[in-house]
Design a protein around this ligand. Structure first.
Ligand code: CLF
Ligand code: SF4
Length: 498
C-alpha cells in the first residue's frame, strides 16, 4: 500500500527536498515506473504543467452528495472553478472531442473526467468514455476525480480500464467537522444527513484510497481549505492520507461568493488569503509532497492548466475541425518538448551552481508572467495570471499562482484592474514580464514591486535565481534594505469575465 506514498513525488518541490522538480530531478527521485506515470501529467508534476495540457469531458452530471461550497448550476468545486459547464456530452461525443483536441494540441496528454457532478455517481457514462478513448487514443493517460463515496465499489473497474491517476476530494476525517461541510449524502438507496453522513463519507473515502494505493494507482487528494471550519484540521487529514498511500496532496482555497448561490457563499464564509494558504501548504509539506499549481479548473477545461481553450472545441465547432489522430506526430512533438525541458533544467542547474557558498536567511516571493514552456514570455498587460516562485539560496521554487483581471482591456477599467493586480501580487518583491508599459511600471515600483523586463524570453528559474543573486548583492552592499512584504488576495473567478 505504501508503494506510491514512499516516493515524495514530483509535485511542487520534487523529491529529496529539491527546490524544483525538473525532469532530471524527478527521474532521479522516482522509480522509473512511477516517473513514467507522472512525467507528462500536468497535475501530478509541477514541472510538467508548464509544457503539457489536459482536457476534461463533462459526461458526469449527477452527484451523490451535497457540499456546502457547491451549487449544481456550477462546475464541481472538487475540480473546477465556478463557471457553468457549457455543454454536457455523451460518451460518444466526448470521444470525438478528445480526438479533435488531440489532433490540434499534440501536448494534450491527459483526459480527465471531473464532473460536472461526480464521475462515479455516473459510472456507465464515465467508464464507457474511458473505454472508447482507450481504443482510439491509447497514448492518452486517463484520470478521474471523485468525492470518494462510491469509490470502493469501482476500484476493480478503475484498475481494469487502466486509469492510473485518481483524485479524491477529502476535506475532513472528523465527522464533527464533516457535518459542517456536507449536509447530506445518498448511499445505498438512502439519504443520510448530519454526523452519520460525514462518518460514512470519510470511511468510504479512506477505504477507497487504501484500495487504490494497494493496486499501485497514483492517488492525489484534493482538500478545500475553509477558514474556521477545516483549516487547522487539514494537517491531520494530510497525515491520514499520507499513511494510506496518497502520492500528492492538493490544498485548494475555498471559492465562495454570494453570486455562486452556495451555502457558504450566501453565509459569507470567506476563503483563505494567499499567506494563509501558503502557510498551511508549508506545514503539510514536511509530511508529503504538495501540489501548488492547481487551477481549480472547469469540468470541461481544455489546454495548459493556466489557459482555457474549451471555447475552441464546442460541439458546433467539432465538425469543422479536421481530425487526424497521428500518434507518430504527437510522439515527435512531445520529444521536442522533452528537449526543451532538458534545456530548461540544465540552465537552472548551472545558474543554481553559482549560488553555492551563498549564506543568507532571505526568502522572498516573485511573480512571473508566462504563457508556458517555463519561459518569461507574457506581456504584463496580457497576463490573466502570474506564477509565484519563492527564492532563497536553495533556488527557485514554484509556490502558486494568482489570477488577475486583464490589465490591458483597450483602455477600459485599467486603473481599477492595476490595483487588483497589485493586490494579487502584493506579497512579491518583483514581477518578471516580457514587456511592460511605463505607467504600470512606475505604479508597481511605487508599490514596492520591482518590474523586471530584462529577462524577456528567458527561462523563469534561471532568470529568477540570477535576479536573486543581484538582490543579495545589493542588500550586502547596503544599496537596499530587505523588508518583508504583506499579504495578498486570492482572486476568485477572475477568468469568468475574461
Ligand atoms: Fe483533471 Fe484532476 Fe486529472 Fe488534473 S485537473 S481530473 S488531476 S487531469 Fe489539475 Fe484542474 Fe487542479 Fe484538478 S489543475 S482542478 S488538480
Ligand atoms: Fe458539487 Fe462535486 Fe460536491 Fe458533488 S462532489 S456536491 S458536484 S462539489
Amino acid at each position: 500500500m505504501q508503494q506510491s506514498a514512499d516516493y515524495k513525488g514530483c509535485g511542487t518541490s520534487g523529491g529529496a527536498g529539491k527546490a524544483s522538480c525538473g525532469s532530471g530531478a524527478g527521474a532521479n527521485d522516482l522509480p522509473p515506473h512511477i516517473w513514467d506515470k507522472v512525467k507528462n501529467h500536468p497535475c501530478y508534476s509541477e514541472e510538467a504543467h508548464h509544457h503539457y495540457a489536459r482536457m476534461h469531458v463533462a459526461v458526469a452530471p449527477a452527484c451523490n452528495i451535497q457540499c456546502n461550497y457547491c451549487n449544481r448550476k456550477y462546475d464541481c468545486a472538487n475540480e473546477s472553478r465556478p463557471g457553468v459547464v457549457s455543454e454536457k456530452l455523451t460518451p460518444e461525443q466526448a470521444a470525438k472531442k478528445v480526438l479533435a483536441v488531440a489532433s490540434t494540441i499534440p501536448q494534450m496528454t491527459v483526459l480527465g473526467i471531473a464532473g460536472p457532478g461526480d464521475p462515479l455517481a455516473n459510472p456507465q457514462k464515465t467508464f464507457k468514455t474511458f473505454e472508447l478513448i482507450a481504443k482510439t487514443a491509447p497514448d492518452i493517460k486517463l484520470c478521474l476525480s471523485t468525492n470518494g463515496l462510491a469509490l470502493p465499489d469501482h476500484v476493480e473497474t478503475i484498475s481494469k480500464f487502466k486509469v492510473d491517476h485518481v483524485t479524491i476530494t477529502i476535506n475532513m476525517i472528523d465527522p464533527a467537522i464533516g457535518q459542517r461541510i456536507y449536509p447530506w449524502i445518498f448511499w445505498n438507496h438512502k439519504r443520510y444527513t448530519g454526523r452519520e453522513a460525514a462518518q460514512l463519507l470519510t470511511e468510504r473515502q479512506l477505504l477507497g484510497l487504501e484500495m487504490l494505493s494497494a493496486r499501485g494507482i497514483l492517488c492525489k487528494v484534493n482538500s478545500v481549505m475553509i477558514p474556521g471550519v477545516n483549516d487547522k484540521h487539514l494537517v491531520e487529514v494530510n497525515r491520514a492520507v499520507k499513511s494510506r498511500g496518497a502520492f500528492l496532496h492538493n490544498i485548494m482555497p475555498l471559492i465562495s461568493a454570494p453570486e455562486h448561490g452556495t451555502v457558504f457563499g450566501l453565509a459569507g464564509q470567506r476563503g483563505p488569503t494567499a499567506q494563509e494558504l501558503k502557510a498551511l501548504q508549508d506545514d503539510c509539506e514536511g509530511e508529503m509532497n504538495m501540489m501548488r499549481h492547481c487551477r481549480q479548473c472547469r469540468a470541461d477545461a481544455v489546454g495548459l492548466l493556466g489557459e482555457d481553450r474549451s471555447a475552441e472545441f464546442t460541439t458546433d465547432k467539432l465538425n469543422s475541425i479536421q481530425v487526424r489522430y497521428d500518434a507518430d506526430a504527437r510522439k515527435s512533438y512531445q520529444a521536442a518538448v522533452e528537449r526543451e525541458r532538458e534545456a530548461k533544467a540544465a540552465a537552472r542547474e548551472s545558474q543554481l551552481a553559482t549560488l553555492a557558498g551563498e549564506h543568507s536567511e532571505i526568502k522572498l516571493l516573485v511573480a512571473v508572467a508566462t504563457k508556458g514552456s517555463g519561459l518569461i514570455n507574457e506581456h504584463f498587460g496580457h497576463a490573466k495570471e502570474f506564477q509565484v516562485y519563492e527564492l532563497s539560496t536553495a533556488g527557485a521554487k514554484f509556490v502558486g499562482h494568482r489570477r488577475v483581471d486583464l490589465y490591458c482591456q483597450g483602455g477600459y477599467g485599467e486603473e481599477e484592474s492595476l490595483s487588483t493586480v497589485i493586490r494579487a501580487i502584493n506579497d512579491c518583491h518583483a514581477v518578471f514580464v516580457a514587456k511592460i508599459g511605463g505607467c504600470p511600471k512606475a505604479e508597481l515600483a511605487q508599490a514596492g514591486i520591482d518590474p523586471v523586463d530584462r529577462h524577456a524570453g528567458e527561462f523563469i528559474e534561471k532568470s529568477a535565481i540570477s535576479w536573486f543573486q543581484h538582490y543579495l548583492d545589493r542588500v550586502r552592499s547596503g544599496e537596499i534594505q530587505h523588508r518583508a512584504r504583506g499579504d495578498a488576495d486570492i482572486r476568485q473567478g477572475a477568468f469568468i469575465a475574461a
